[in-house]
Write a protein that binds this ligand. Structure first.
Ligand code: URA
Length: 212
C-alpha cells in the first residue's frame, strides 16, 4: 500500500482554516471542495491514458487522453459527498458511484447501508472519497467491497488520516493483489478514546452539513 501525504503550503493553509472550530459550514464546504481538487491532482497522477493524435492550428501531434473504461469516483456517504464536487471539477467525465457506510459509535465497526455502483468494476480505477481516515474500518470495508466487484486499482482520498488507521489499512491490504494508495492532506497525531482524530477537525459530516 502506498501512502502519499500531500505537502503543499496551500493545502496546509486550507487545512488550518478547516480545523478551526470557528469556521462555519458554508466556508467549511467550500474549503473541502478546494482541498479535494488539490488532493485529486496528486491522486490522479497515475490515471490511465491512451495516446491520441491531435491536429493543432499548426501541425499534427501526439497527445494523451483519459483511457476507457473511465475511472469511477466513489464518495462514501455522508461526509464523502462533500468531496464530490472538488473531485468532479478535476475529472468531470468520471463515473460516480455511491456507497453508504455507517460507523457504530460504540464498536467503531462500519457496515454498508446503501450502494449505487456498477455491478462489474473489472479493470476499473476507483477513487474513494472519505474525508477522515480514523480507525480505517469504513475505508477497509469500502475497498474490500470494490475489490469484490472487480476494481483493480484503488486510491482513497482523505482530508486527514490517523496513524492507527494507516496501520490498520496496511495490515488489511498487506497481501492484496490490488494496488491501494492513500492520498491525504495530513497525517495527524492519534485517535482519542472516542475514535476522533487528534488534532483533527471534529466530525466532518456534522461540520459539512450540520448535526442531524
Ligand atoms: N470521523 C470524523 O468525522 N472525525 C474524526 O475525527 C474521526 C472520524
Amino acid at each position: 500500500m502506498k501512502v502519499h501525504v500531500a505537502d503543499h503550503p496551500l493545502i496546509s493553509h486550507k487545512l488550518t482554516v478547516l480545523r478551526d472550530e470557528k469556521t462555519d459550514s458554508p466556508t467549511f464546504r467550500r474549503l473541502v471542495e478546494e482541498l479535494v481538487t488539490l488532493l485529486a491532482y496528486e491522486a490522479t497522477r497515475d490515471v490511465r491514458t491512451k495516446t491520441v493524435t491531435v491536429q493543432t492550428p499548426v501541425t499534427q501531434t501526439q497527445g494523451f487522453k483519459m483511457a476507457e473504461p473511465r475511472p469511477v469516483v466513489v464518495p462514501i456517504l455522508r461526509a464523502g459527498l462533500g468531496m464530490l464536487e472538488g473531485m468532479s471539477r478535476l475529472i468531470p467525465t468520471a463515473e460516480v458511484g455511491f456507497l453508504g457506510m455507517v460507523r457504530d459509535e460504540k464498536t467503531l465497526k462500519a457496515s454498508t447501508y446503501a450502494n449505487r455502483l456498477p455491478d462489474d468494476l473489472s479493470g476499473r480505477q476507483c477513487f474513494v472519497l472519505d474525508p477522515m481516515l480514523a480507525t480505517g474500518g469504513t475505508l477497509i470495508s469500502a475497498i474490500n467491497y470494490l475489490i469484490d466487484k472487480g476494481a483493480n486499482d484503488i486510491t482513497a482520498i482523505c482530508i486527514l488520516a490517523a496513524p492507527e488507521g494507516i496501520a490498520n489499512m496496511e495490515q488489511a491490504f498487506e497481501n492484496s493483489r490490488v494496488p491501494i494508495t492513500i492520498v491525504t492532506g495530513a497525517l495527524d497525531t492519534k485517535l482519542n478514546e472516542f475514535g476522533y482524530i487528534v488534532p483533527g477537525l471534529g466530525d466532518a459530516g456534522d461540520r459539512l452539513y450540520g448535526v442531524v
